[in-house]
Design a protein around this ligand. Structure first.
Ligand code: SIN
Length: 288
């Protein structure tokens, strides 16, 4: 069956048909996948019963993989390229660190100095209903701003924190997370290095605009997040086991909705492709 792409929503996303990721990817297939990735921002491959090694090998086509040194508590012990997104309890019976991963609008690893280029998330065991992931097209969000707003934010930086919503993490986890991940300032507008298009770079991990107080920053941050996640910019993914979902973190943002019965297992595994260096450790002398 020849490779085929079917749009998933008006705003972004396409399903890829006719590719078996257990097989090596021939160059012309890779070129078609890469072009579709740049065009649609999110790609879905259904029914991929791949091993961890095959997941990692396919991910490497996109670039060098993050070994998740900034989230060591969540990576797999034997495959540091794999980040666990799971509600499975730990071997000692304590709650998973990552059951609330992604439950804030964000772009992966925005709180580091090498924010992710892309992410490849595999649905290993998903709930029968819910546990969806929402995506937003940050090109469309940027394009829809007024010229005055574009001018206002052109040179501003948002300060990204590595926190998690609803986390209920141990004090030890929180302290380690803060130690490893000091707040990082990223431009509010980034130029995509491959398409040359401008995209908004904002999410709920942004607590402040660098050089402004929190009070001054909040209305602007709130507006931009609300604007960027308007329904017409989004695609909602309903997971099935053996889905591989890939997204371009440079022009999309996403949210794990957490809309599922926690008695059901939700276990996904993610590789993260390293992006180009961006941002700097935040200057936060203004905190009031
Ligand atoms: C993530 O943000 O990488 C996880 C998304 C999800 O669990 O739906």
């Amino acid at each position: 069956m020849p490779i085929e792409f079917r749009p998933l929503s008006y705003a972004l996303g396409a399903e890829v048909l006719g590719v078996d990721l257990r097989e090596p990817c021939p160059p012309d297939t890779w070129q078609a996948i890469h072009a579709a990735y740049l065009q649609h921002g999110v790609l879905l491959f259904r029914g991929q019963t791949i091993s961890r090694e095959q997941h990692i090998a396919f991910s490497r086509l996109f670039g060098e993989l993050d070994r998740h040194d900034s989230l060591p508590m969540d990576r797999d012990a034997t495959h540091p390229e794999l980040l666990m997104v799971t509600n499975d309890a730990k071997p000692d019976g304590s709650p998973s660190n990552s059951k609330y991963t992604g439950q804030m609008w964000h772009s992966d690893m925005s709180f580091t100095l090498a924010p992710a280029l892309g992410s490849l998330l595999r649905g290993v065991s998903v709930p029968p209903v819910g546990g969806d992931t929402l995506f937003s097209n940050m090109y469309l969000a940027y394009d829809a701003l007024s010229a005055k707003m574009k001018a206002l934010i052109a040179d501003l930086h948002g300060v990204h924190h590595a926190e998690r919503k609803n986390a209920g993490m141990s004090a030890q986890w929180e302290a380690e997370n803060r130690r490893l991940n000091p707040p990082v300032a990223q431009p509010l507008v980034r130029v995509h290095p491959e398409t040359g298009r401008k995209a908004l770079y904002i999410g709920e991990k942004v607590k402040q605009i660098e050089g402004m107080t929190i009070e001054e920053s909040q209305p602007l941050v709130d507006f931009l997040v609300r604007h960027a996640t308007r329904p017409q910019f989004t695609y909602r993914h309903q997971w099935r086991n053996d889905d591989l979902l890939i997204w371009d973190n440079r022009c999309t943002s996403h949210l794990a909705m957490g809309d599922y019965d926690p008695r059901h297992r939700r276990h996904l595994e993610r590789t993260t492709v390293l992006g180009t260096p961006s941002g700097h450790v935040a200057q936060l002398e203004l905190s009031a």
